[in-house]
Design a binder for this molecule. Sequence first.
Ligand SMILES: [Zn+2]
Length: 156
Amino acid sequence: MSQKLTVECKVGDLRDELVVNGPLSEETESILAAIEFPKSLKSDVVLDLAGIKHVNSIGIRDWIPFVQRLEKAHRLVLRRCSPTFVMACNVVQAMRGKAHVESVCRGYECPNRHYFWVDVALGSSKKQTDEKVPCERCGLKAAPEYDADEYFRFLE
Ligand SMILES: [Zn+2]
């Protein structure tokens, strides 16, 4: 069954939010190009990207013009970028456009193979590390899925 890509607009006080859910792939080709933004969309727009679970080259081809179209009239902030999205940004810098990245989801796995995400805020200049964190389910130390050097490279 094919999964649909949706972009939901949430109106905020100071900035509006676009919540993107679904894959960026041939399944969703041309959906992004057809999306019409509300006329009332504020100058500051947050893209919430935790719902992007799959990205391939066809999806990237659709995504870049979507970001460029938004950037013509809005200041973009990316929030909760999913690991798949982050790894695509590490390959194709244009995925991010000129957007400020507020936070990214980093994957961790514990010895019991529990996999979970931690939303990492990037506001401070604090250097990201490969420190282990307690597993949400069993409490054992969980290691990051990707090294910090590799994972956060697209921010440099
Ligand atoms: Zn665990």
